[in-house]
Design a protein around this ligand. Structure first.
Ligand SMILES: [Zn+2]
Length: 270
């Protein structure tokens, strides 16, 4: 048994070292009794966690949380490894090797690797409508639409539909083949009914605003029924964009969350 560290953020116990849940739960390991470690270690050595096994310890809830966090982490690592092997470390739409991450194709069908594809940052931000569509980037679809991965077919079909006003995209849409099940999946989000225009939140200078940004008020705001001091120049940190209205964001001023019009704010540089 390793020795528990009480002063550092990371437990020095051999089994737990570096395990991320520690930092979230407690500044030390959080299982002060070595017995807790025994339970933890033995439970992790079996392939599933039975409720009875968990009743062993008075710290049931706590241990359960750690174990499930660990199992979930293991599962998602497995998923990522599967996907990276499938895509050969390249974006499954444009073949770029830059900043590849998992993209869940909604609505999820089985909750496994078939429901996910690997996308680079350029593809992902445009697919998720967080960046303007750059049609030149999407010529890549004429190849990736022939992928055997249904999730790739679905996203390719949705993107071609959003770009259908361009003749090359319309031509590809005539050629692409999706079986009935995949086509139903592709249509499920209604994404294909949208066009290339992307509604984005922009500040007074046309700069893109995203949740988490810091903005400065360019005008003193009169908040009705409140004595809130929202003067010009007030810095509002960690804003949240209002999803269905590109003219509005939410932000906290003096501890109160208020809706602010995007045209009255300027994004603050990092
Ligand atoms: Zn890409």
């Amino acid at each position: 048994m390793g020795k528990l560290s009480t002063n550092t953020l990371v437990c020095q116990h051999a089994f737990c070292r570096g395990f991320y849940a520690h930092k979230e739960i407690n500044s030390s390991c959080g299982i002060p009794a070595v017995a807790g470690h025994d339970v933890f270690t033995s439970l992790l050595s079996i392939s599933y966690v039975s409720e009875n096994a968990l009743k062993w310890t008075p710290r049931t809830e706590y241990i359960k949380r750690i174990i499930f966090a660990h199992l979930i982490k293991k599962e998602s690592m497995k998923l990522e490894a599967l996907l990276l092997a499938r895509c050969e470390n390249k974006c499954e739409l444009c073949k770029s090797g830059e900043d590849i991450q998992i993209y869940e194709v909604l609505p999820q069908q089985n909750g496994d690797a078939e429901d996910c594809i690997m996308l680079c940052n350029v593809c992902r931000t445009q697919v998720e409508k967080k960046a303007e569509l750059n049609s030149g980037h999407w010529y890549c679809l004429s190849e990736s639409m022939w992928s055997e991965v249904p999730g790739v077919q679905v996203v390719a079909w949705r993107m071609l539909n959003r770009l259908r006003n361009e003749s090359w995209a319309a031509d590809n849409l005539d050629m692409i083949y999706l079986d009935d099940e995949t086509l139903a999946w592709a249509k499920a989000t209604g994404d294909h009914e949208n066009d290339a225009t992307v509604e984005l939140h922009k500040d007074c200078n046309g700069q893109l605003l995203q949740s988490g940004d810091t903005v400065v008020l360019i005008k003193s705001l009169d908040v009705k029924g409140s004595t809130l001091n929202a003067k010009m120049g007030t810095v509002v940190k960690n804003i949240r964009i209002v999803e269905d209205n590109t003219e509005q964001i939410e932000g906290k001023i003096e501890g109160q969350t208020i809706v602010i019009l995007t045209r009255y704010v300027r994004k603050q540089g990092i």
